[in-house]
Design a protein around this ligand. Sequence first.
Ligand code: SAH
Length: 456
Amino acid sequence: MKQQTVKKNERYTVDIVDLSYEGLGVAKIDGYPLFIENTLPGEQVEVLVVKAGTKFGYGKVEKFLTTSPDRQDIESTVLLRTGIAPLAHLKYEQQLLFKQKQVEQVLTKIAKMPDVPVLPTIGMEDPVGYRNKAQIPVRRVDGELVTGFYKKNSHDLVEITDFFIQDSKIDQAIIKVREILQRFQVRGYNEEKNEGQIRHIIVRRGHYSHEMMVVLVTRKEKFFKAKEIAEAIHEALPEVVSVIQNINEEKTNVILGKQEKVLYGRSYIEDQLLGKTYRISSKSFYQVNTAQTEVLYQKAIDFAELKKDDVLIDAYSGIGTIGLSLADQVAKVYGMEMIPEAIEDAQFNALTNKIENVHYEVGKAETVMKKWQDKGVKPTVVMVDPPRKGLDASFIDSTIEMKPERIVYISCNPATFARDAKLFAEGGYRLQKVQPVDLFPQTHHIECVGLLTRNK
Ligand code: SAH
């Protein structure tokens, strides 16, 4: 093996040859990869090595010698440094192309399916201010509460007021809530010492309904003047219909604790998606980009080519958004999901929308799928929408044995999608096409939907 010669604090002039899946420019120094933030393929830069591991290192630009025509101006490099918007320096058409290519790459490398068509990424007309949810850390600096975001791979909080990709009403709400907490002298959390009170402010805002939920994550259950604070929040922000205290006593990176109390109003907000109304509780998953989620789910429904007598399984159902959107086009929908609160929401949402042909169960997808298989449930279509780690191998086995005609796979991680598509292919299914839909503009996150059909 070649000796690694690149060392920390050295300077080099390098050409950027690639963009990593996380949106970092890649340069090679005698074959040694250096990842450099805020650079793009084709650019030449003078770089300072800030970290040099055995296999790869990180560099920081000191000077641009040339810049790419694909580059766009950004308000502040904080968006890159915090990882809020790591692709913000790349023109939007190029972001969409980058995501399509990433999907093609994993299908070739991981699934060994170089010939499956990957359609052009469907983007947004106005790809900013789209997030309907924010989870913002609160710290105390020199006696003042500060809200912002951490620098990547660190716990240094950078103060931010304009989060660029969030609904601007949410940005404004965070500042208002912070001011109210300051006024009531609530102490900001100190991570190292695990002391202080307020850890995070979480805000959700309905895209159509404009209903707002504020969750105050506190370290202790005892929360002095909690009700008055909640009232003050509602008064300052009339859209707020729900203020919740979530208690997290642990010294942990996990944001939410188990225990919650409603301090003002209801325990949920409502919003609409594809014409149906949904109740969304604080702990339930809900896609952060509502407009693009409608595009994505409509694609998934189109891919499924639904018929009146179809029996459909909506796996990883969350609050039921996918299954309930299509229930009136099929005979029966079965849904499962791990979080009990989400299933309660799904059942409530079925009632609200007067949908009767659905059945929900709480549990791990792999366990419930096996149970349904043993009971003789015979789906004709299976839709899956798993978290980043993808499907459990046993889930794939059960699905293959249940012989649905079509499997529609919604994925937020192309690498695990490709891995799973390969297993389905080995079980007699063919991946017909994949459609990336940009749910996360300005970031490196990729969402796509794939159609698998059973070989005759
Ligand atoms: N289809 C829903 C939710 C998708 S997100 C929507 O579009 O809104 C993935 C969901 O899977 C989350 O709600 C999460 O709670 C759930 N989940 C994660 N791991 C699971 C598992 N092993 N079994 C069942 N559900 C799981």
